[in-house]
Design a protein around this ligand. Structure first.
Ligand code: NAG
Ligand code: NAG
Length: 177
């Protein structure tokens, strides 16, 4: 068999984003639907060319925050995303969320905290990982139900407040727990 055939059959090769939910552990007060919301949000974040399918998660004044860098609104969010994950597609992300809890809640919003590992792989380079802590703030409807349907403009903030180590690539090989 030609090498190209072998490579083509490897599931991790190609454009498809790979969100790993096997370590996902939600607290009892996290809605079951948050799992599919988070998975779809990460899949859109991991797609280098995704613009609309990432932006449509956010409210019109939604914010993407990464280690204190704040992007508000569609254009700024796309710019920050492409700064971190070039649209050319030469860098790849794989999110592996684990402990997920409710951080805070008001009548109009609910904020979830998600811990996990992010794997980064560059074409022709190694696969290295970092540990993250994020908070996701989602709107509630008039009845007080959290709006956890993906791509429906309900995400107020996506805040990566810890990424350790912050550089990319890191010195930690993928697969390290
Ligand atoms: C979950 O992720 C956090 C933050 O990245 C990490 O410190 C922790 O070890 C992970 N927990 C498990 C059970 O994998
Ligand atoms: C990955 O490559 C970078 C740059 O060559 C290097 O600094 C880093 O230590 C490597 N990480 C791993 C886990 O091998």
């Amino acid at each position: 068999m030609k090498l190209s055939h072998v490579v083509a059959s490897l599931p991790l090769v190609g454009a498809a984003a790979a969100v790993g939910m096997s370590r996902y552990t939600p607290a009892p007060d996290v809605e079951p639907t948050f799992a599919s919301y988070l998975k779809e949000l990460y899949a859109s974040a991991e797609d280098p060319s995704a613009e609309t399918t990432f932006i449509d998660f956010f409210t019109p004044t939604g914010q993407l925050l990464v280690l204190g860098h704040v992007a508000t609104g569609a254009d700024a969010i796309v710019a920050l995303k492409q700064q971190l994950l070039p649209a050319a597609g030469t860098k790849h992300w794989n999110h592996l969320p684990n402990a997920t809890t409710v951080d805070s809640e008001t009548a109009g919003q609910k904020t979830y905290q998600v811990l996990g590992v992010i794997e980064t792989r560059f074409d022709g380079g190694n696969c290295s990982q970092a540990y993250y802590s994020s908070r996701f703030t989602v709107t509630k409807d008039a009845a007080g139900v959290v709006q956890l349907t993906p791509h429906t403009g309900s995400l107020v903030a996506y805040d990566d407040f810890v990424v350790d180590p912050p550089e990319s690539p890191t010195h930690i090989p993928c697969g390290t727990i």
